[in-house]
Every structure is written in C-alpha cells, then in structure tokens.
Ligand binder design. Structure first.
Ligand code: NDP
Length: 496
C-alpha cells in the first residue's frame, strides 16, 4: 500500500494534496474549456481552494481584537501553600508553562498597536490541575463596577456608528454620565496611557480573586505582574509616528534574539475577616487596595521565551476566560467578574466553536476527562469521543470512567448576612478619592501630560459634558479640576 502523503516526518518527498489527501497534479492552472475558454464545473480542487479561503477568518473579538502573544514559563519563588491548594503554587522552583496574550481593547484587528487604550494582559497557566486563565489588563482598576454597563461603555468608546470615525463626544459623554470611570480614565489619560511596547507594561488581575487552602480558609487576592523591563511609554505625538505593528514586531524580535521579557509576580492578600470591615469595598473593580494596607508579596517570575509558530492557529484561536479556574483559585463577589465568568466563555463558543478547549493552544497539558460530547469538530481530543460512557453518574469508575473529586471542593463563598436580592445603586459610591490619590502622586510633568491628554478629547465635547467632567475632576482634586478647565479653554480658544 502506498504511503499517505500526510504522514508527518516520514513522508518524503512531501506531496501537495487536496484536503481529502489526494495528490494534486497541478496547483497553478484551472481546468478550462479550451486555451481561451471558461473554467468548467469539474474544477473541484479550484472550488475547494476558494471555498476554504472564504472561510479563513473567524469573527474577530468585539473587544481586544488586536493582540500579540508568546509562550513562556512561570517560576514560583515563594510558596503560597499557606493560602491555596493550587498545585502549581506549592513549591519554590516549580515551573508552569504559560501563554500570554497582550492586546489593545477598542480597535479592530487592523487598528494600531499605539492607541491610547488599556492593554489586555491575559495569561494562561497550563497547570497540572487544569488551565488557569488570569485575564487582566495593564491597569489595576477598570472603568466600571457592574457588567450591565459594559456594552454601552464599549459602544461609546468605539467609532461613531454613522461616520465610522473616533468620537470624543461619545467617549466623554459616557464618562460624564458614569463618574465611576474617573479613576481608570485618569490612568488612561496619564503618561502611562500609551505603552512603548508590550514588554514595558505591568499586568494586573484588577479583579479580586480568591485562594483557598487545605483547611478550607478563603483569602481575597489581587495579582500584580510588574515588568522587569521598566514602564516605558509614549506621548500622543510620539505614538502618532509609530508603525502600526510596532508592538507586535518588538515582541517577536526580542524573543527571536533571546532577549526574553520577564515580569515579577506579586499578590496582595486580604483575609475574609479583613474584607468584611475594610473601608473600601474589596470587590469594587474601580478601586485598588492601597499598598500601605496590603503590601505586595513577591511570589514568582514570569518569562516569555517562545514565539508562536502560527499567529492564527495560536494567538487568534486562543480562548481566554476568567471562568477557567483551578482548585485553590476561585472567584469573588466582584460583579464585573461574574459578568465576565459568563461572557468570555460565551464569546469563545461563538467565535471559535463549542470545542474551543480542544484546540492545541487552549488544550490543558493534563488529561481532560468528562462527559461533554459532540459539537463541531468533536474528536480532536479522543478521550472525549470514544465508545465509553457519555453520562454521569455511572457505575464504571473501576474501568476508568471519570469520577468527581470531592477533595477539591471550593469552600462556601461568604455573602452578606440577610442579603436581599434587589437592585442596589452604586452610582454614588466614592468615585473620586483614588483618582485624586493618583493625581497627587504624579510629578508636575505627569500632571501636565494628563490634563493635556484630557483636553485633546474633552475640548471637542459639548458644554454640558465638559461641565459634568469638570465637576468630577474637582471632586478628585481641586487643582486637577482647575487645570483641566484652563487647558480645555485654551484649546477651544486656539481652535476658534
Ligand atoms: P503607592 O504610592 O504605594 O503606589 C502607587 C502605584 O501607582 C505604584 O504601583 C506605581 O507604579 C503606580 N503609578 C504611578 N504612576 C502611575 C500612573 N500614571 N498610572 C498608573 N499607575 C501609576 O500608592 P497606593 O497603593 O496608595 O495607590 C495610590 C494610587 O496609585 C491609586 O489610587 C492608583 O491610582 C495607583 N496605583 C495603585 C496600585 C495599587 O495596587 N495599590 C497599582 C497601580 C496604581 P510603579 O511602582 O510601577 O511606578
């Protein structure tokens, strides 16, 4: 029997084949009726090529569409066994493979790497007890504390539905109506708003997550990945001169030449008891935990050391989801996090398909055994497509059918006592103090850059929006408000 041409390394020489594996005699010319005549209906190989080409794209992410990623290693430098049963955090020196995808948020795949925009910082840890995805950003907070606002927020920051152009009025109109965004918009408009490259950003879980240990004690946790390359940024003017793919190029080039970027990994830890009485709601995504109250504890090093081989198969098909948790790492009552626990899985099913977890970049390195079956492309993982039981419970544990593991049960999640199900208005929670704290630690030069970046957009908004924003800056810090007013007035005068 002749050898199948798609038999990997042993097939020499490699034969060009159609998708069904049949050798192709001619890939350069279609079959035609005569030298100058039309192609005929028996050109099935031509049709196959064109049809596959038509389907080369999957829906791009609605947010975080433009990204770059690489593989690497996370090494534990301080055991977290007092806090968590997570197997990859038990011993100093333990190494875990990771895949880290950076992204901008608002632009499509063909936008620029140099937008003034948060940067996504999503890390997949391929642990021995499943994949843990830390789906964070380069900012320790976010614009919102409730996921119900997310679609409106993103609509307001993307392009105008009629002109398909950036729309500063909508950007600031949303913020004017949502003071909870002030802390994050102050970070975005600061000198740190446009990173020089992906190697020069910090990463944060932003959300409060949780740990639980062998005694069933839960702790609240925030993760901080501090770049060892140092924070480096661009002004808006510098960014405008950068090539659109500069950050992608920087990442690929530095890894290719062995200059591996790395991050020092830290956690902040709060006990459940502290969480109950802490002056700030520890689950409010618009707030940080001050370092003076909850110091950073260094726990590891993360290094990126391998580029992807195929951008589409790996970076584009990577499916991060905050719901990818492992024993010892849990969620928290953070409302934005709950919205994301649902929304990310849903986005990946729509974008990549039901069996997205079986694609190599997403596939856990440990065995996967469950009773989920079928769906598009079932069978990539043979363990989920065999002749064994497809239901549970069953009586077949002795013959190797998967059984549940009570030892890894998460302890109960504490809620407020007498928690009444209702709609609670958090609009007037303190939206200003931490934006003010950030303003007050800025140097004179940073303050000037901040107000100038704000004035770029705010000066193009309507008067009602400007007045509402001035009032917000005033509440953060009187000097902040005065300077923004002055700078906006200057821009309006200059633009006639
Ligand atoms: P600290 O003085 O202990 O920490 C200040 C932090 O702010 C440092 O992590 C510093 O990062 C970071 N920072 C400095 N300039 C900027 C900027 N333009 N944009 C974003 N971050 C910046 O103070 P606190 O912990 O009391 O926090 C004060 C304010 O600092 C907060 O309101 C928040 O806005 C900001 N911040 C706080 C973080 C936290 O987790 N506590 C994390 C990041 C920001 P670096 O060390 O890299 O220079």
């Amino acid at each position: 029997m002749s050898k199948c041409p798609y038999s990997g390394a042993n097939s020499t020489p490699t034969q060009l084949t159609s998708a069904n594996g049949a050798p192709v005699a001619n890939d350069n010319q279609s079959r035609t009726a005569g030298r100058r005549g039309p192609v005929t209906f028996d050109n099935h190989y031509l049709f196959e090529k064109l049809a596959h080409f038509n389907r080369e794209r999957i829906p791009e992410r609605v947010v975080h569409a433009r990204g770059s990623a690489a593989y690497g290693t996370f090494t534990v430098t301080k055991s977290l066994s007092d806090y968590t049963i997570a197997d990859f955090l038990q011993k100093e020196g333990t190494q875990t493979d990771v895949f880290l995808r950076f992204s901008t948020v608002g632009g499509g795949q063909d936008s620029s790497d140099y937008a003034r925009d948060p940067r996504g910082f999503a890390v997949k840890f391929y642990t021995q007890q499943g994949n843990w995805d830390m789906v964070g950003n380069n900012t320790p907070v976010f614009f919102l504390r409730d996921g119900i606002k997310f679609p409106d927020f993103i609509h307001s920051q993307k392009k105008n539905p009629r002109t398909n152009l950036p729309d500063p009025q909508a950007v600031y109109e949303f913020w004017a109506n949502n003071p909870q965004s002030l802390h994050q918009s102050t970070i975005l408009m600061s000198d740190r708003g446009i990173p020089l490259s992906y190697r020069h950003v910090n990463g944060y879980s932003s959300h409060t997550l949780s740990f639980w240990n062998a005694a069933g004690e839960r702790y609240w946790v925030k993760w901080h990945f501090k770049t060892n390359q140092g924070i480096k940024t661009l002004t808006s003017e510098e960014a405008a001169k950068m090539p659109a793919f500069g950050a992608q190029q920087d990442l690929v080039d530095s890894i290719d030449k062995g200059d591996f970027p790395s991050w020092t990994v830290n956690v902040q830890i709060m006990t459940e008891e502290e969480g109950k009485t802490y002056k700030i709601n520890p689950f409010d995504l618009t707030k940080i935990w001050p370092h003076s109250d909850f110091p950073l504890i260094e726990v590891g090093q993360l290094e990126l050391n391998r580029n992807v081989d195929n951008y589409f198969a790996e970076t584009e098909q990577a499916t991060f989801a905050p719901s990818n948790l492992v024993p010892g790492i849990g969620a928290s009552p953070d409302r934005m996090l709950q919205a994301r626990l649902l929304a990310y899985q849903d986005a990946q099913r729509y974008r990549v398909g039901t069996n997205y977890s079986q694609i190599p970049v997403n596939s856990p390195k440990c065995p996967v055994h469950n009773y989920q079956r079928d769906g598009a492309f079932a069978g990539i993982n043979p363990a989920l497509a065999g002749s064994g039981a497809n239901f549970y419970p069953n009586n077949r544990a002795q013959v190797g059918e998967p059984a549940q593991v009570p030892d890894v049960a998460e302890p109960p999640m504490p809620l407020e006592q007498d928690a009444w199900l209702d709609i609670y208005d958090t609009q007037d929670d303190d939206n200003f103090s931490q934006a003010g704290d950030l303003y007050r630690i800025m140097s004179e030069d940073q303050k000037q850059q901040l107000v100038s970046n704000i004035a770029d957009g705010l000066s193009q908004a309507t008067d009602d929006v400007q007045q509402a924003m001035f009032a917000q800056y005033d509440q953060a810090d009187v000097d902040y408000g005065q300077r923004v007013r002055k700078e906006v007035a200057k821009r309006i005068a200059a633009n006639g």
